[in-house]
Design a protein around this ligand. Structure first.
Ligand code: GLN
Length: 194
C-alpha cells in the first residue's frame, strides 16, 4: 500500500494523517530522517516555517529531504510547507529547501485578513475548494516550469512543479479531501513509474 509521511516536527500533523488515511493510503509521522526510506511521498505541514526550519536543521533533515525529492518522490507543502519549498522568500536573504522555482511572500494577505476561508478553483482538482487560509503566504513569482493550479484574488495559491506540489492554504482542515487525494494519486503514479 502507498505510504505517505507527514513531517512531524511542528504544525498541523494530525490533520494531515487523518486526511491521508481518509484517501486510502497509509500515513505515518516522520520524526527521524531514517524513516524517509519507508515512505513514498512526504507532506510538509503548515505551522511556523522558521520554527520548522530550525527543527529540520536540529534533526539533520535538510539534505535528506532534498535527496528524497531528487529521487523523484513527491513532496507536498501546505502553508508553512509552501514557504519551506520556495527558492526565494520576499524581503529575506535566504530561503529554505529550494524545491520549487518560486518566490513567496509570508503572511501575504495582511494582518486584517490574517485568517479566512474562500472558495477557490483548483484546476483539474476542484471547481469550488473551500480553502482555509491561516496567516498564509502566496506566490509572488513563479518560474517557467511551475504550473499554476489556483489563484485567489489574482494571487497564486497552488502550484505544481514535477513531483512537487504546494498550497498556500490548509487542505487538511476540512472534510473535503480532494487536494490530498490528488497528492496521493501523484504518489501512486510516481511509485508505478519506478
Ligand atoms: N505564517 C506562517 C509562516 O510564515 C505560515 C502559517 C501557516 O502555516 N498556517 O511560517
Amino acid at each position: 500500500m502507498t505510504t505517505i509521511g507527514v513531517l512531524a516536527l511542528q504544525g498541523a500533523v494530525r490533520e494531515h494523517l487523518r486526511a491521508v488515511k481518509a484517501c486510502g493510503a497509509n500515513a505515518i509521522e516522520i520524526k527521524r530522517k531514517e524513516q524517509l526510506a519507508e515512505i513514498d511521498g512526504l507532506i510538509l505541514p503548515g505551522g511556523e516555517s522558521t520554527t520548522i526550519r530550525r527543527l529540520i536543521d536540529s534533526y539533520d533533515f535538510f539534505d535528506a529531504i532534498q535527496d528524497f525529492g531528487q529521487q523523484g518522490k513527491p513532496i507536498f507543502g501546505t502553508c508553512a510547507g509552501m514557504i519551506l519549498m520556495a527558492t526565494a522568500i520576499k524581503d529575506q536573504d535566504t530561503a529554505h529547501l529550494k524545491l520549487i522555482d518560486m518566490e513567496v511572500a509570508r503572511n501575504a494577505f495582511g494582518r486584517q485578513v490574517a485568517s479566512f476561508e474562500a472558495d477557490v478553483e483548483v484546476h483539474g482538482i476542484a471547481a469550488d475548494f473551500n480553502a482555509v487560509f491561516i496567516r498564509a503566504p502566496y506566490v509572488v513569482k513563479a518560474g517557467p516550469d511551475v504550473e499554476i493550479l489556483a489563484t485567489y484574488n489574482e494571487h497564486i495559491v497552488t502550484v505544481r512543479q514535477g513531483n512537487y506540489l504546494a498550497t498556500a492554504f490548509h487542505p487538511e482542515l476540512t472534510d473535503d479531501n480532494r487536494m490530498i487525494a490528488y497528492f496521493v494519486q501523484m504518489v501512486k503514479k510516481a511509485v508505478a513509474s519506478t
